[in-house]
Design a protein around this ligand. Sequence first.
Ligand code: ATP
Ligand code: MG
Length: 550
Amino acid sequence: MKVDVEPANFIEDFIVEDLESGRYHYVYTRFPPEPNGYLHVGHSKSLCINFGIKEKFRGRCNLRFDDTNPVKEDVEYVDSIKEDIRWLGFEWDRELYASDYFEQTFEYAVKLIKNGAAYVCDYSAEEIRLTRGTLNEPGKESPYRNRSAEENLELFYGMRDGKYPDGSKVLRAKIDMASPNINMRDPVLYRILRAHHHRTGDKWCIYPMYDFAHPIGDALDGVTHSICTLEFEDHRPLYDWVTAQCGFEMPPRQIEFARLNIKNTIMSKRYLKKLVDTGFVSGWNDPRMPTISGMRERGYPPEAIKEFCARVGVAKANSEVDPSLLEFCVRERLNLTADRAMVVEDPLEVMIDNLADDEAREFDVINNPNNEDSGTHKVVLRKKIYIDSSDFSLDPPPKYKRLTEGGTVRLKGAYILRHVATELNPDGSVKRLRCEYIEDSQQGGANAGMKVKGTVQWVSAGDAADVALYKYESLLVDAKDGVTDFNERLNPDSLKVVRGAKAEPFALEKEPGTAFQFMRMAYYKYAGAEADGVPKFYRIVELKDSYNKK
Ligand code: ATP
Ligand code: MG
């Protein structure tokens, strides 16, 4: 079959090759999470690959939960995984669970026993480990290896029927204890484990190992390309051995790619769970977490995460990506979608002397200059306004582009302002500025062309709302002096909350969840109200790349 698709990476090269050679006549992938935690940004790469292939090759992609380890798994995780995948914009064809196949998986194990390809071994986990050999030395054959098929069958049924204590027996594949690949040295296929399973309850006291259940699940589902991360490369011979021994006619092809690693970013569910359990973060969806739900809570658009995965690409060699690339993608997306709003973080009072107490001047400002459809909203200038205290200096450094004594500056969207006088506090700090606006200096006015030092954001005191700004930083600080342990790299300043900032009313008119560009500050998400009713905003990403700034 001739394929009219341009492959974008080596995985797609293989797929084209397999379609053209007739090995498969269609493309079927799957995303196989273990429901033992929430999905993180690394999973989004696997999602993009598997669902991307589905779209590109007009194939199918399943969501299959690898729920073979009941001790760590939970429905909370199943639900969150589904929500996160949908939020990213992917649709699976079928929702499946490895546990749906426990009965069939058991029957395949019986088949292997009958074919002399599996045996029950009475070794403990420790004995198995000690006899497995090393990279340089072959393993030792188990004394139970040559049990007859009849004896093995009886023991295996006995295992299922609960005759033996946990850990007292296992079912092992009979392959080759001298294989240079340690995974092929009679790996364990089934273990005895009395644990409640979130789907099958207490029906089973034996559970298949991942290496056995996974290829069987793939094959039964009709998966053609089983895409996984590089650490499974050495498991591929076992994967192929299992599908061959089970007798599948069109076995799936396993293809490995390099996992996504991001500098200063934790991508182990086990460790992320620890941050949740110890209370270092507020939950799996804490805005600092590199989980998909955390990024959603933070205000990252799903398109930005997908764009990031596309830019990282698919490679066969492990590498580490800088987090600034993800931030770049977030910023690029928000620049097109987020309305601009004015917020003053550290308010400095300014009285406009030539406006009367009850006077108000209205101006229309464009919500987003990068989006023609975004419309406009009104800002109202009154006598008492706030600008940011960093936008005025009594003793300006060279090239200072903001307000100085006697200087002028444009109030964003409104008039040009001229400084008249400065009132000081007893300690010498600035208490209040007195200024006057310049008549007809608004956009299009006769004096609009006057040269000014810069443009600053402002809010009118009477209209502005007090808001809290949540400023997030990386959860981990750089690894230095050989300290790589996450526990010693946790950033104690990963969240700073600034209170008393003043926001223009427009920032509060939209639904919680809306992202804004707070002009000259950063992108922020309106995150509803704090317990005392004060509106809060989460900093999504800064306006400029802090990586380049450093
Ligand atoms: P963790 O080590 O965090 O528990 P995992 O690999 O055990 O991760 P799974 O639930 O088994 O997590 O992963 C589901 C799919 O996502 C697998 O196919 C896995 O290869 C892929 N995946 C997990 N982490 C990454 C990553 N960092 N980059 C790319 N793919 C990943
Ligand atoms: Mg895993």
